[in-house]
Every structure is written in C-alpha cells, then in structure tokens.
Design a protein around this ligand. Structure first.
Ligand code: GNR
Ligand code: NI
Length: 170
C-alpha cells in the first residue's frame, strides 16, 4: 500500500478522460487500496483515480458515517431519478482550501462494479449523490470549479498557482 501524490488545479492532467477498466485484476485491487490510503491520509470523503494521475475509471468513497459503508466504483455510470436539484458546498482535494456551492440533481441511480468486479446498483441522495457525481466528473476531466463563474474560477486558479510558487521556493 502507498500514499500517492494528489494533482492540483490547474494541472492539465486533471482534464484527462479516464479509460474503462477491462478486468478487475490484482493490479486494480492494489490501485483501489492505494486510493483508500491516499484519501484517508488527505482527509477526503472520495477520490477518483484521475486525481492521482491514473487515468482509469476507478473511484473510492467513504462518507465516514454510520449509514454508509466504504464504496468502490469501477466503471461507474449513473442516471438522474428526478428533476429536483440540490445545492451543496463542495470542496475537492485537487482544489485545496476552497469551498463553493454547486447545484446538481438530488437523486441518482448508480451502476458500477465493486472491488471483486461484481456489478451492483444503488440509489443515492444527499451527500452520497453529490459525492458520486463529483467523482464521476473527475473521470471525465471535470472539476467542481467548472460550475462556478469564470471570475471565481480565475481567482481560485491565481491563488493556487501563487501558493505552489511559494511552496517551491521554501
Ligand atoms: O473530501 C471531499 N469532500 C467533498 C465535499 C463536498 C462535495 C464533494 C466532496 S469530494 C471531496 C474529495 C474529492 O476531491 N474527491 O474528488
Ligand atoms: Ni474532487
């Protein structure tokens, strides 16, 4: 197991479209284990493989509450089950320190494969629905800042680029 470095906006590698996983083998299971370790180390509730520069359709989620067990999503797809939208404050390990409201469909049905490659389905609302949609966006090269105004996104970009420069000189 290993903690892998997390890419940060505006790194263009975060814009890569991830490829489907053809077979869930030992290498994919080792990737899943590293992703959980990396996510827990960073204090996140989800992580997409894209964020550690692996461009395969793999996600881990752990909301860390009583109701929800940790989830592995391999080759996930979802459909929205309602026209109702829900606004939630979102953050991202690839956009550290910034939290902004994002509006998304509030109820979805997920289809994915688990750590053994077995297909499953689940319906989600609330934070789980938000997190699944946020992570699936990563696999398509999309970030929550893309839903914000150009001005807000530009300000976040400038601050993160400056923070990186300070980090590099210290
Ligand atoms: O840790 C995370 N918290 C979070 C909060 C609100 C909406 C989405 C998220 S996902 C984020 C971890 C992350 O960046 N996953 O890609
Ligand atoms: Ni994220």
């Amino acid at each position: 197991m290993a903690i892998r470095p997390i890419l940060e906006f505006p790194d263009t590698r975060l814009r890569t479209i991830a490829k489907p996983v053809p077979v869930v083998d030992a290498a994919i299971q080792a990737l899943v284990d590293d992703m959980f370790e990396t996510m827990y180390d960073a204090g996140g509730i989800g992580l997409a493989a894209t964020q550690i520069d692996v461009h395969l359709r793999v996600i881990v989620i752990d909301l860390q509450d009583e109701e929800h067990a940790p989830l592995v999503l391999i080759n996930p797809t979802f459909e929205t089950l309602t026209d109702t939208l829900d606004e939630m404050q979102e953050g991202c390990l690839s956009v550290p320190g910034f939290y902004e409201p994002v509006t998304r469909p509030e109820r979805i049905r997920l289809r994915a494969q688990d750590r053994d490659g077995s297909p499953y389905e689940l319906e989600a609302t609330g934070l789980l629905a938000v997190c699944i949609q946020h992570e699936c966006d990563h696999l398509n090269g999309k970030l929550f800042v893309d839903y914000l105004s150009n001005l807000k996104r530009a300000r976040i970009r400038t601050k993160l680029v400056k923070a990186k420069k300070v980090e590099a000189t210290s």
